[in-house]
Design a protein around this ligand. Structure first.
Ligand code: AMP
Length: 280
């Protein structure tokens, strides 16, 4: 596995691979890797000739009171996991490589990024879109793999890539969950045992909504009321939003439209912010 730390070296590798007509599959991450990330790598391996993973904790997508400096950075373990997973090259740039002194250009998607995560983390998607546009220009992938766990991120980035005519094909991987249903996340390691117990209500509430839809319920108000009620049963859980939206535009939906509908939750479990979603 090649370890690359500079933009120049990464672009040179991309040029070399492209000259040999090798298809580059790319999985951008912030590290603290878990089985969810590895499922993305597996998909990339199946769909491309060469797999590049980036590990970059992107400062611009964190709000001022968020966990940027405390974000977990277990680098050695991440490198072992990548090597075991058959990653060909790992891109680990220092912050100054991606944001050199004086850089002043940002990418802002102005519709899909507004509600839900965008409302509660106002500068988040500006940071995500900016870093991903930069990474696309550095890694020059044919195929990129993102997780459905961050459903709004996928929708924003697909919109950005279409709007900027970026020639990349998106592959979206299903959400990997712990055996009790909790969506895997690098932030789960912040949870204490009691918080971990309460956090399972998030996926349980989403499953309950799916059952209600299977039983014939299609109205957003009734589904959202039931999900909110279930979440409120847990003392440590505070709802940030529960929303039923179009999975591409993130506009609200009043009734379930099969194949188009996403139910998304963000909640605090004490001071740990978790998100999850299901298709309805
Ligand atoms: P992150 O390191 O949190 O920025 O995540 C990197 C990529 O892994 C993103 O595309 C995430 O959506 C994806 N990802 C994170 N958690 C999961 C999960 N539980 N299942 C599938 N993909 C995930």
């Amino acid at each position: 596995m090649q370890k690359i730390e500079t933009v120049r070296e990464m672009q040179a590798l991309a040029d070399k691979l492209r000259a040999k007509e090798q298809r580059i599959g790319f999985v951008p991450t912030m590290g603290a890797l878990h089985a969810g990330h590895l499922s993305l790598v597996k998909l990339a391996r199946a769909k491309a000739d060469v797999v590049v993973v980036s590990i970059f904790v992107n400062p611009t997508q964190f709000g001022p009171s968020e966990d940027y400096s405390n974000y977990p950075r277990p680098l050695e373990h991440d490198l072992e996991l990548c090597a075991e997973a058959g990653v060909d090259a790992i891109f680990l740039p220092p912050v100054a490589e991606i944001y050199p002194k004086g850089c002043s250009t940002f990418v802002i998607e102005e519709a899909v990024s507004k509600p839900l995560e965008g409302a509660s983390r106002p500068t988040h998607f500006r940071g995500v879109a900016t870093v991903v546009a930069k990474l696309f220009n550095i890694v020059r992938p044919h195929i990129v793999v993102f997780g459905q766990k961050d459903a709004q991120q996928v929708a924003v980035l697909k919109r950005m890539a279409a709007d900027l005519h970026l020639p990349v094909k998106f592959v979206v991987a299903p959400i990997m969950r712990e055996p009790d249903g909790l969506a895997m996340s690098s932030r789960n390691r912040y949870l204490t045992a009691v918080q971990r117990e309460d956090s399972v209500v998030i996926s349980q509430a989403l499953r309950r909504a799916q059952e209600m839809v299977a039983g014939g319920e299609h109205r957003d108000d009734r589904l959202i009321a039931e999900v909110t009620h279930l979440l409120s049963q847990k003392r440590r859980v505070r709802v940030i939003y529960v929303a039923m939206v179009d999975k591409d535009t993130f506009e609200p939906l009043r009734v379930v439209v099969p194949g188009k509908t996403l139910l998304a939750i963000a909640a605090w479990v004490d001071e740990v912010r978790l998100i999850d979603n299901v298709e309805l």
